[in-house]
Structures are given as C-alpha cells and as structure tokens.
Design a binder for this molecule. Sequence first.
Ligand SMILES: [Zn+2]
Length: 105
Amino acid sequence: MKEDCSQCGIHFEREEGYWVGALIINTTVTFGTFLVIFVSGILITWPDVPWTTVGVVTIVANGLIPVAFYPISKSLWVALEMGWHPLEPREVEAARRRSNLRLET
Ligand SMILES: [Zn+2]
C-alpha cells in the first residue's frame, strides 16, 4: 500500500497503531462470515450434518476471507475514521506540500 494518496497527498497512517481499526473490521467480518457459513451449514443439512465438509468449508473461508478483505478493511477504516476525525490543519498542509512536490517533479 502506498503511504500517501497519489492524488491529494494525504498520509494514510495518521498515527502509530492507526491500522488496528482496520484489523478490527477485518476480524469482525471474518468472524461474522464464519458464523453465517457454520450456522447455515448446520441448519440446511440438519439432522445429518456433514461435519467434515462444514469444517473444511469454514476453515478455507477463515483462511481466504481475511486476505481478500484486507484492502477493503483498510479503505473502510480510512473512510470511517476520517468521518469522525477530519484532517487537522497540519495534515492538510503536509498533504498540500506532498502533492505540490509531486506536481513539480
Ligand atoms: Zn486523496
């Protein structure tokens, strides 16, 4: 991932530990999807639940979903976080300097 936006120059990681929010979103989506797959797999096939198949499908999903959702979780986090914590004047100025530098080169 680029450190700064190539268009406006804002720096994505606004403070140390910034991406913990994206990690929480990714973990929540992964666990929610696991629950939906697991519970619906049981409900659809009840009473003869194919435990091996349900187990394999949920394990594969738990391996793939966090990787596939990783970039989306970061975009979501940036959008959410900027909604309740808009850019501060020093960040706007730094972004302006970065984008001006980019335009000059
Ligand atoms: Zn931008």
